[in-house]
Design a protein around this ligand. Sequence first.
Ligand code: URA
Length: 229
Amino acid sequence: MRLDRFVCKSTELLQQQAIDCIHQGQVWVNGNVVVDESIQVHENNNIQLKGQTLVSRPFRYLLINKPANTLCSNVDGVYPSLFSLIDVERPSELHIAGRLDADTTGLVLITDDGRWTFAITSPSGQCHKVYRVKLAKPIAADAGESFLQGIALQGEQELTLPAQLQIITPQEVLLTLTEGKFHQVKRMFAAVGNKVVSLHRESIGAVSVDVAEGEWRYLSVDEVQFFYT
Ligand code: URA
């Protein structure tokens, strides 16, 4: 991570205060003074501030059951930010590992570990996200084959990656994706002439939403590890 970020993650300093300390020559990395706040450092580097060795706080991993009319953003907008429901210290250090639309409900993962987020959100990670979708019109019994082959989304050159469709009733399905393009589920059903009327994310990999709407909890060690294996 960047040096200024490491200093923030191991002290009570805000980013500008950390940058000031670095510019003033108060920060040493492996025995050398460093005045560039943007250099990359690792947990195993010896980083000192005014002669004191810094130890980074552990990463945090949370899940929340997102209610409708909340925003996957660090700041409020048309609706309140999801972070207004989470009572933790330094919420600005956290980010969302895979956003949902304002009207979508369900599982959202939140962390300050960028590598973990990449494992979840990058299509190369092949991480399964399961959505429960209610539809305006009955879906054709053989629609699963098109979703498996890939759907041509408006404005995209490439087909969507293979997605699994499980029909629960003609107007309620479970859709499993391994990627997360902008408004992907809504656009996939629009592309086959249907319309999503409600969308709920039930799980990401081995993590399922198991708290009441608007509630959150920390992930277990096993849940965190799942995305690193
Ligand atoms: N796909 C969508 O269209 N919306 C979401 O919120 C998530 C996936």
